[in-house]
Ligand binder design. Structure first.
Ligand code: XIL
Length: 375
C-alpha cells in the first residue's frame, strides 16, 4: 500500500477525501452533491459556517455529513450558553460543548463561542444572584468567564461576549418598554449600562488574543424600528470605541423576515459606519422567516426565500462581512420550527435554512452560493 493510499484511508470521513475517491454514494444528499457552501465561499474570500447542536451530531450521521460538507466554521447553538455551561452556581458542565469541540477538531473546523452575557438561556439561579447587587454580579460574571474562557482557550478564538444589548424600539416584534437604548435585563439592573464594557474588559483580561464580538439582531431591514435600532447600536459602538473599550467585531444576527422589506442601501451604509469605527462585521445567525400568509406552492415559497437570502448576503458580503454563519443548516432541526415565538402556524415549517429536512439543497442554498460569488 503506497503512502497516498495510507493517508487517504487514515483521513476522517470528510467531504474532500470521499468526493475524490468517488465514494459519494456513501454519503447523504448534501455531501453527495459536491463542494459545500464553505468551500464555495472560501474561493471568494468568505468563511461560511453554521450553528450546530451536540445532540444532533451524536444521533444523526446524515446531519454530521451535511455539516462537514457545508461548514467551514461552527458555533454551538446552545452548549456555550450560561444555562448549559453553569446550570448550578459553581457547577460547570462542559460536556455538551466538549462534544462539539472534539468533533470540530476531528474535522478540522474552527469554532466560535456564543454567548457570554445574554438575558436569555440563564440558569434559574443567575437572575436571583444578579439581583443581590453589584459586587455579587461582578463576582458571578468573573467566575463564569474564568472557567468558560480558560476551558475553551486555544480552540475558540472568537466569542460573542455581549449578545443583544440593544432595546427593541416601538414597531419591533417584541418592543421593549422604556426609552432605551439598552435593553432592560438582569445584567443592566445589576451593573448599569457599564455591564457591556465590564464584560468586554473581563474577556480581554482573561485572553488578550480573543476576537471580542458584540452580537445584535433587528438591525437589518428597511423598517423604522430597524433604523432606530441601528442608530442605538451605532451610538453604543461609538461610545465603546471612543473610550478605548476592547471590542473587535460586531455580529449581525440576520434573523430575516419576509414580512419586512429589505433594501441594500441603508444596510450597506450601516455596515460602512461600523467598519469606519475599525470594527469587523460578521453575519452570525442567518435564517429567514416566511410570512404567515406564505403561498402554498413550495417552489414559490423557496424562490422568495432564496431571493431574500441572495439580496441580503450579497449586500453583506460586498459591505465587508467576510464571515457568514447560518443559524442551523437544515429545516429538520430549525429553531424556526420549534420556537413558538417564531414558528409558522398550522404546523408549516419555515423554509429558511439552506437544506431541507432531508438534507437536500434548496434554492436558498443556491442563492447563498450566488451571493458569495458576487462578493
Ligand atoms: C436560540 C436557539 O436556536 C433555540 O434553540 C433556543 O431555544 C433559543 O435560542 N438569537 C441568539 C440565539 O443569539 O442564541 C438564539 O438561539 C436565537 C436568537
Amino acid at each position: 500500500m503506497g503512502d497516498d493510499q495510507d493517508r487517504a484511508t487514515a483521513l476522517p470521513l470528510n467531504r474532500r477525501s470521499l468526493g475524490g475517491l468517488g465514494l459519494g454514494w456513501l454519503l447523504s444528499p448534501a455531501a453527495a452533491q459536491g463542494a459545500g457552501l464553505g468551500s464555495l465561499a472560501r474561493t471568494h474570500g468568505v468563511v461560511f459556517g453554521t450553528a450546530i447542536q451536540a445532540r444532533y451530531l451524536e444521533q444523526d450521521a446524515a446531519y454530521r455529513d451535511a455539516v462537514a460538507t457545508e461548514a467551514s466554521l461552527l458555533v454551538p447553538e446552545w452548549e456555550a450558553k450560561w444555562a448549559a455551561l453553569q446550570p448550578e452556581e459553581g457547577r460547570f458542565d462542559t460536556a455538551p460543548l466538549d462534544a462539539i469541540l472534539a468533533w470540530a477538531r476531528s474535522q478540522r473546523i474552527p469554532v466560535r463561542g456564543h454567548a457570554l452575557v445574554w438575558h436569555n438561556a440563564m440558569p434559574d439561579w443567575l437572575p436571583a444572584a444578579l439581583a443581590e447587587g453589584r459586587q455579587r454580579a461582578l463576582g458571578v460574571l468573573a467566575a463564569h468567564l474564568d472557567v468558560a474562557l480558560h476551558h475553551a482557550r486555544g480552540q475558540i478564538r472568537d466569542w460573542d461576549v455581549v449578545n443583544e444589548p440593544i432595546a427593541n424600539p416601538p414597531g419591533s416584534d417584541v418592543p421593549d418598554p422604556g426609552p432605551g437604548p439598552l435593553r432592560d435585563t438582569p445584567w443592566l439592573r445589576a451593573l448599569g449600562p457599564s455591564y457591556v464594557e465590564t464584560a468586554l474588559r473581563m474577556a480581554r483580561e482573561r485572553d488578550p488574543t480573543l476576537r471580542l464580538t458584540l452580537n445584535e439582531y433587528g438591525v437589518e431591514e428597511d423598517t423604522p424600528d430597524a433604523a432606530e435600532k441601528r442608530r442605538r447600536l451605532l451610538a453604543l459602538l461609538r461610545d465603546l470605541v471612543g473610550r478605548g473599550v476592547p471590542l473587535d467585531a460586531v455580529g449581525i444576527q440576520a434573523h430575516l423576515q419576509l414580512a419586512r422589506p429589505f433594501r441594500p442601501e441603508p444596510f450597506a451604509a450601516f455596515l460602512k459606519q461600523i467598519r469606519s469605527l475599525g470594527l469587523t462585521v460578521l453575519v452570525t445567525e442567518l435564517d429567514i422567516r416566511e410570512t404567515h400568509a406564505a403561498p402554498q406552492d413550495l417552489a414559490r415559497r423557496d424562490a422568495l426565500v432564496a431571493e431574500r437570502a441572495e439580496a441580503f448576503l450579497a449586500c453583506a458580503v460586498q459591505g465587508g462581512a467576510r464571515t457568514v454563519l447560518s443559524w442551523g443548516l437544515t429545516d429538520r432541526y430549525s429553531w424556526l420550527a420549534t420556537e413558538p415565538a417564531v414558528a409558522l402556524p398550522n404546523g408549516r415549517v419555515h423554509r429558511g435554512l439552506p437544506l431541507d429536512a432531508d438534507y437536500h439543497r434548496k434554492p436558498m442554498w443556491n442563492g447563498m452560493a450566488r451571493a458569495f460569488a458576487r462578493g
